[in-house]
Design a protein around this ligand. Sequence first.
Ligand code: NAD
Ligand code: ZN
Ligand code: ZN
Length: 392
Amino acid sequence: MRAVTWQGRRDIAVLDVPDPRILEPTDAIVRITSTAICGSDLHLYELFGPFMDPGDILGHESMGIVEEVGSAVKRLRPGQRVVVPFNIACGECFMCVRGLQSQCESTQNDEYGTGATLFGYTKLYGHVPGGQAELLRVPIADYNTIPVGDELPDERYLFLSDILPTAWQAVQYAGLSEPGTVVVLGLGPVGQLASRIAHRRGHRVIGIDPVPERREMASRHGIEAWEPDDDADRIVATTYGRGADAVIDAVGLEAHGSPFAHAAHRVASVMPDALARPIMEHGGVDRLAALYAAVDMVRRGGTISISGVYAGDADLLPLKTMFDKQLTLRMGQCNVKRWIDDLMPLVEDPSDPLAIGDLVTHHGGLDDAPALYEKFQTKRDGCVKVVLHPDR
Ligand code: NAD
Ligand code: ZN
Ligand code: ZN
């Protein structure tokens, strides 16, 4: 089959590789019809080289048609249309039954102390081939597939695999019990959907991103879209001097200088030199810029909900300020299966209340992957979300 493979930093190749086979009786093989590129793939593209092997198959946002099932698969039959959640969970362990599928104890990787195994996401997460390919082996397939009907196009269902439940979880974790002001940092695909969900729940939503096309998309859906500037001052000025009730960080770690560095410097600048200097000198301010900005913008007693991926083992945080402001922090990988029952009615609603139809800007075949990774990374050409179709 053809598959999108990681070869090195910013080096993607589409190659012929052996077809996946059923390895366990609980496996299924899915023929992929749509598979998206995620901001998390950009971390692999740019940063996580040490945890990749050349030839690793990328992709964790996939759907398609079941082609073959193992002898112990009970719910699925060949021909069933399914979405595949990005985390691989058992559905039965202590964590899974509590809705913490990203921490599944049956699939977690003891070697690195990370959570559940993920499709297409490095040795840190089980080293399982991903779904940017013609075929995908799905372990524990009865649990790790979401059956869907045949009526609606792929695009409506595809994002149940990751970014839609991720955005939903981000808003849940923001923990707002009454209408308030929510700031969403980063208007990539996750930030777009989180903004729409928060707006639909009656909050005032301010989305911040340096990319004009991403701000325009957010504006179309009732979001106040701001360029990163003196955001904290502006937010304080419009919230009775308090700051945002919640800040959703849909950015995560960054490879380059950040448009939020000024906010991070501002937080660091009120620290005594002895504390601030190591943060400045170790690049922490740039790498953690969105998080520092969130600390700056959130009101006292507010919540920071982090869906962006961070990966430092011992990052320097402005804990004095965080403690003093009495902040709540929630974060982590999405527990995809936990939110599907909440999301399916919205996805299938004919009026498309989350405007999922207005997210994908670029489609292609597998062979277009190298060019489309580059476009999504540089955000050229109005690129917000890319979907590959291995069957085209
Ligand atoms: P993306 O890279 O398209 O979006 C990030 C956006 O942030 C971009 O639009 C960029 O312009 C903007 N940005 C960068 N620095 C900024 C800053 N300092 N302030 C404001 N905006 C800034 O990616 P995405 O697909 O939307 O994913 C966003 C994050 O969520 C990534 O870190 C991704 O790994 C993570 N993610 C996490 C989960 C999870 O389970 N928690 C799931 C999916 C994605
Ligand atoms: Zn993803
Ligand atoms: Zn489990």
